[in-house]
Design a protein around this ligand. Structure first.
Ligand code: MG
Length: 215
């Protein structure tokens, strides 16, 4: 009988909330930008945060500018985002199972990244683990879209594999489970906190490694 392990060639990972915590992004949006904004416009931190949140909400996450740090730095006159982001490199935290699982699965499969984070974020988020991946796709930077079915179709074609030969895992029910599954990718919803109503959700990357390695 053909098992999951035999069919799979590529294991694809979401990034934030899946292999890396959201600490780095949080520090940028809700610590560094308000701090700099407060200094620039002579406000206290809470007032700066209140104004910035209002500006973020005014643009909203359906527009690509929302994801673009330099857009906000320019809009608020805060200088260069890339230099500021470098200062927060020490806020990048991997989940405890990340490095082991990448190493283990990397021996048997091609590993790939399918992220909604823009490349300026991925540069920092993947710095210590990038050597594990043979390809990195950013839906917002490379395709100007969120992670839709089309994005996943495009990934299959660029990797030169059938959808059924890819396993994808990520923490967003829509973008990492429903969308990839709709094109035939074997998708797994990662629910690290045990909150999902999806009975098939996995709770760690180790569980995925066991499924792919142990079957
Ligand atoms: Mg995620």
């Amino acid at each position: 009988m053909k098992t999951l392990k035999d069919a799979v060639q590529v294991v694809s990972f979401d990034v934030e909330g899946t292999i890396v915590t959201t600490d780095f992004s949080y520090a940028i949006w809700f610590e560094m930008i308000p701090q700099r904004y407060a200094r620039r416009y002579n406000l206290d931190f809470d007032e700066a945060t209140r104004r910035i949140r209002k500006e973020y909400d005014g643009v909203g996450d359906q527009r690509l500018e929302w994801y673009d740090v330099q857009y906000w730095f320019t809009r608020f006159d805060l200088g260069r985002a890339d230099i500021a982001m470098e200062e927060l490199q020490n806020r990048v935290n991997y989940y405890t199972d990340t490095k082991d699982v990448l190493e283990k699965l990397g021996k048997r499969y091609k590993l790939s990244v399918a992220s909604g984070s823009p490349r300026p974020f991925l540069k920092h988020l993947l710095r210590d683990i990038e050597h594990n991946f043979s390809s990195v796709f950013s839906s917002t930077s490379d395709f100007k879209k969120v992670k839709t079915a089309d994005f996943y179709r495009e990934i299959c074609s660029r990797l030169g594999v059938e959808a059924g030969q890819i396993v994808h895992i990520g923490d967003n029910m829509q973008f990492d489970f429903l969308e990839p599954a709709s094109v035939g990718i074997q998708a797994f919803h990662l629910d690290r906190e045990g909150k999902s109503k999806n009975p098939a959700a996995l709770h760690s990357l180790t569980q995925l490694a066991d499924l792919l390695d142990g079957c």
